[in-house]
Design a protein around this ligand. Structure first.
Ligand code: SAM
Length: 307
């Protein structure tokens, strides 16, 4: 059974001198061989685009900064290409895959490792808090994934909002989504997603990844982002849930003013006039749009409207 790299090999890998033998699945011909052996057909509905580029795989694992003390959760291992890298670097890996047809393949491609558990489940239905308790004594875990793009936001926001102990997430997402997560006020990419993600984490785009690094090729560009989960929130608010309702309402009608967005939202017990008064109090123009406000300004607005 193989478990982790020997110190010499680890040093060589870190200095980039070693072609890792187990990286074989990142080579297209080896992925094709496995797909043919098991007569596997890609399922579009599961967002199956497998990585076939060893440089990208190396970059993701390096950016995730995994040590032999880490417990790593991988979402959607596919045929186990990245899982092999994770098993080499981490103490323990749990890989959660929804597609039952991939489970026998994973048993084959990961057979050399005794530090991996494969779970055949929908990640959105799993109690990750319980896993962190059992497998990592409740200490923050690292999440690494080439995410299925159709559920990127529910996965990331679900992990943040359920307050699972997380150190960081290093994940492949659609390029446009990565840009929205990292966007700053005043840009066209800035919106509710930027604010929600930046409330919970520091965001860094690690690499842009073109479609030819996947099999099959996706129709969109991709990017690897690292989200470093904050120990302390960047703003203190009276009511976190209310803050996010205000943010969502402010961006609901993007071309309208924030005052209209909030005033017209049937979910929020706030009138246009009350919003205008709060904006005046904050020294902001009454016709300001949501995309101009920073998280700090949204927090102050939310506290005033909450009163
Ligand atoms: N990690 C592999 C790679 O990089 O080659 C595969 C990545 S592929 C983009 C996304 C993977 O997520 C697929 O294997 C897919 O079956 C799996 N998946 C899709 N929806 C899922 C869900 N709700 N829960 C767990 N896995 C899911």
């Amino acid at each position: 059974m193989r478990r982790g790299l020997q110190p010499q090999a680890r040093a060589e890998r870190e200095s980039g001198r070693m072609e890792i033998e187990m990286a074989a699945l990142g080579i297209p011909k080896n992925t094709i061989e496995i797909l043919q052996k098991y007569q596997f057909h890609f399922q579009k509905k599961y967002g199956q685009n497998f990585l076939i580029d060893t440089h990208v795989l190396d970059k993701i694992v390096r950016a995730a900064d995994i040590t032999e003390d880490d417990f790593v959760l991988e979402i959607g291992p596919g045929i186990g290409t990245m899982t092999q890298y994770l098993c080499e670097a981490a103490r323990e890996v749990m890989a959660v895959e929804i597609d039952g047809k991939l489970i026998p393949i994973l048993a084959d491609t990961l057979s050399e490792y005794d530090n991996v558990t494969i779970v055949n489940q929908d990640i959105l239905k799993l109690d990750i808090g319980e896993i962190v308790q059992k497998k990592n004594n409740g200490s923050p875990i690292k999440v690494v994934a080439n995410l299925p793009y159709y559920i990127t936001t529910p996965i990331i926001m679900g992990l943040f909002e359920s307050h699972v102990p997380l150190a960081c997430m290093t994940v492949m997402v659609q390029k446009e989504v990565a840009e929205r997560m990292q966007a700053q006020p005043g840009t066209k990419e800035y919106g509710a997603l930027s604010l929600a993600v930046q409330y919970y984490a520091g965001v860094e785009i690690v690499a842009n990844v073109p479609p030819n690094c996947f099999m099959p090729r996706p129709n969109v560009g991709s990017a690897v982002i690292r989200l470093d989960c904050r120990r302390e929130k960047p703003v203190a608010v009276r009511d976190e849930a209310f803050l996010f309702r205000v943010i969502r309402a402010s961006f609901n009608q993007r071309r309208k003013t924030l005052q209209n967005g909030i005033g017209n939202d049937t979910d929020l017990p706030v009138t246009k006039e009350e919003t205008a008064a709060a904006l005046r109090k904050l020294g902001l123009p009454e016709n300001v749009r949501g995309e101009k406000l920073s998280l700090q300004e949204f927090a102050a607005l939310s506290d005033l409207l909450c009163e």
